[in-house]
Structure formats: C-alpha cells, structure tokens
Design a protein around this ligand. Structure first.
Ligand SMILES: *Cc1c(COP(=O)(O)O)cnc(C)c1O
Length: 432
C-alpha cells in the first residue's frame, strides 16, 4: 500500500459529507472540523482507511455544542453540588427555553415602555412567602450575603456566633466572604454554646447587624446552647438569617430545617437562601424581608454586578409557581413507591442476565441542608465494576460504592429516567 500520508483526503472534501454538513448546522463548524481533523490524523498514521474518515468523524461528534453532559444522579444525595444541585422541573425547563430568545424581561408589552426587570418573578416569590415585604434576587446565596454586607454593614460590625463560622464546601468559608465584603466580624460565644448575653454584650454603636447562619452541612450535638430567633430579635438590631436551603415554608419531613416564612414571622429583618437547594430551582440567591433594607440592597451599585439573567428569572418563577420540582419530589417520594420501581427494574435487568439485587438504603439531602437526616430509600445493587462502566455510559449514571457493591439509589432518579437507567445498565452489563 502507498504511504497513507499521500492518500489522506483534504479536510474540505470530508466536510462535504452530508452528515457532517448537517452536523455543522447543529454544532457549529469548529467542533465538526475538529472531529474531522482527528479522523484524518488517524488516516495519516495508518490507523484508519481514508474512505472511513467521514464515518469516523461522524461517530466522534459530540452530542451537543456544550461539554456539560446530562447525568443520572443515582447517588442518593438529593442536592448534589458536584452534579449541579437541583434538576429543574419540566415547567422550568420550558420557561428557560421560552426566555432564551428575546423576551419582555424589562419591557411592558401593554404600555410599550421599559418595565422593572423581572417584576413578575419578584411578585411570585413575594406571594410564596407570607411576611416578605420585598424580595431581591442575586446570583447565589454567597452573593446575597456579600451584597448585604456591602450595602448594610460596610466597615461596621457583624455580630455572629462562633458556632456559626462555617465552611460550606470547596474551601469556601462564610466568615472570609463577610470580611472580604468589608464587614468587621464580631465573634461571640463558643463553638457549642452561645447565649443571648454574649450577643447583647457585643452590640454597640458599631453594630450593623446580627447574622444568624444555619449550619446546613453539619450539626453540633450534646452540650449546646443558642438563643432563639425571638431572643435575638429582642436585641433591636436587624437580624439577618441565612437559612441556607431555601425552603419557603416548613417541610414536615425536615422538621429542623429553617424556612423563609417562619424566619420572617419570627422577626428576622432579612432572610437569605439559595434557590438551587431544597427550593429545587436554578442557581440564585434570594433575599426576603423588610422593604427599606431590600431597597438599599437593590439600589447599591454592586447589585448590578450580582444580578441574575433572564434564564434564571424564568426558571425561578416557574419553580415557584409551577408543579413540584424534582428535588421536592425526590424528598417526598414514599419508600414503598421506590421499592416497587426497584423490583420492576431489577426484574427487567435480571431477564437481561444482570447480577442485580434490590436493597434497602438511606438517602440524604446533601449540601442543601438537613445534616444528619437519613431518608429511607431503595437501591439497585450491582457488582462494583459497574460504577466506572456506568459513569462512562450514555447518559452517564453516577451511583455510589458501598460494601463492595455499586448502589443505584432510586430516590434521586426521577421515574421518567427509568428507561434510560435500564438502557445504561444493560449496556454496561455487555462490558463486564
Ligand atoms: C449553601 C449555603 C450558602 C452558599 O450558597 P450558594 O447559593 O452556594 O452561594 C450560604 N450559606 C449557607 C448556610 C448555605 O447552606
């Protein structure tokens, strides 16, 4: 055979293949050209016959123009930060799609004039939280805390219990955020016990606010003490309560998890929360509370640097107004329903020769809150080799390895994805 380098087709000739022309419409020319270049490299090095180049490039095309891939979360951790925290509801996905083009986010179609950005979304949030005089939305809860310090506590003291100086993950420490934003931290009490008198002794002319932080990812148990919210409020300094998880109202399944409505009813001046934890929405930070304070946040120059885009506003409104998001559904699904699904899935897999068992297990809420709470759950148990095979599948499935088995916890897989889960496991089984 002749030197493969001489018989290598030109890039343009391969790109003329109708399948690649269509792919370029969908993915853009850069990704298609890259796939063709890789195929031609293989032709040049003799690993691929020249006439197979187009076919190989088609097979190597990415599924979408983004490298972010849809993943099935079978970890049993409902709000899994590494997997994007919350999955949006179909209603929120539809709202994002509608808002993706030109949209009336800052325009009053009836009057034909400029309107307040996202006014309807703020209205929906306010309606969902009784007691919220006003609402402001920023990029995430960390941004909400930063904006509160910029606008209300720059150069002044924020009083906080030593038991609430928390790191929330990936080395990110809330006290560092507060000082970076310009607050002077006034730490009171000890890790396990802080009394009202500790707060009272620290409050003076330099105090801007008292911050209460919900330790959303750990618990202090045993010999502990902390004043109630009502006691803190009696100090007559604005109390800002970072509830973390974003529950708007009490959730009976998580009795120890704070919620925005109760925190406001308890007298907090402002409540901050993430929108993509237990609320089940897009990444955003929510601030509810006194309208004079919220107005100061919204008018602060840095508010502009922290504002959310139209896609977030669309998803947020549909999450609050629309059907239950998957996060809430995962939390509330009765274990009997999970067991029934597990049996059906296991039967289908056993028919395909897969070594599968149905086991009882426990799911957790995850970084979103409710530390220490274990929700009864049911998993498909497979040999450990499946863990890696499933991560490399299409779509990738992320389970957890426990006691030498790969567990696929069904609480965090929506039933709509059961068929995809079956296909992924069957495909992996062929590779074991
Ligand atoms: C998660 C969390 C944050 C950070 O929220 P992001 O939305 O990730 O910025 C802040 N405070 C508490 C208590 C949290 O649980």
């Amino acid at each position: 055979m002749s030197d493969p380098r001489r018989s290598t087709p030109r890039v343009d000739a391969v790109l003329a293949d109708p399948r690649l022309v269509a792919a370029a419409e969908r993915l853009g020319p850069v990704l298609v050209r890259a796939a063709v270049s890789r195929a031609l490299d293989d032709v040049r090095s003799g690993r691929l016959p020249a006439e197979a180049a187009a076919e190989a490039a088609v097979a190597a095309l990415p599924a979408s123009a983004s490298t972010l891939r849809r993943v099935l979360n079978a970890t049993g951790v409902i709000v899994h930060t590494n997997l994007g925290r919350s999955a949006l509801s179909p209603a929120a996905v539809a709202a994002v799609t509608d808002a993706a083009g030109y949209t009336d986010v800052e325009f009053d179609l009836a009057a034909g004039v400029r309107a307040r950005r996202g006014a309807e979304v703020l209205g929906a949030l306010r309606a969902a939280v009784p007691g919220a005089e006003a609402v402001h939305v920023v990029n995430n809860n960390a941004a909400a805390l930063a904006l509160i310090v910029f606008a209300l506590a720059g150069g002044r003291e924020v009083v906080i219990s030593r038991g609430e100086l928390i790191e929330i993950g990936d080395g990110f420490r809330i006290p560092d955020l507060l000082t970076a934003a310009g607050a002077v931290l006034r730490e009171v009490g000890t890790t396990n016990r802080t009394r009202l008198a500790d707060y009272a002794a620290a409050i003076g002319p330099e105090t801007a606010l008292v911050l209460r932080l919900h330790p959303s990812n750990y618990r202090v148990t045993g010999f502990t003490a902390a004043p109630t919210l009502a006691e803190l409020v009696s100090l007559e300094v604005p109390v800002v309560y970072d509830i973390g998880s974003g529950l708007l109202a009490p959730e009976p399944l998580l009795p120890d998890e704070p919620d925005a409505a109760s925190a406001l009813a308890g007298g907090a001046a402002l409540v901050t929360a993430s929108a993509d934890k237990l609320l089940g929405g897009p990444q955003a930070g929510l601030v509810f509370g006194r309208s004079d304070l919220v107005t100061r946040l919204a008018r602060h120059p840095l508010a502009r640097a922290l504002r959310v885009d139209k896609l977030t506003l669309a998803a947020l409104e549909a999450t609050v107004r629309g059907p239950l998001p998957p996060t809430t559904a995962a939390l509330r699904t009765p274990v009997t329903a999970l067991r029934e699904r597990a049996r059906r899935l296991a039967a289908a897999l056993a028919d395909a020769g897969v070594d599968v068992e149905v086991v009882d297990t426990g799911s957790t809420v995850g970084g979103g809150g409710a530390p220490g709470v274990v929700l009864p759950s049911v998993a498909l148990s497979l040999p450990t080799a499946y863990a890696a095979l499933l991560r490399h599948g299409e779509p990738p499935v992320v389970g957890r390895v426990s006691a030498g088995r790969c567990l696929l916890d069904l609480r965090t897989v929506t039933p709509d994805d059961d068929e995809d889960l079956l296909t992924a496991v069957r495909t992996a089984a062929k590779q074991t």
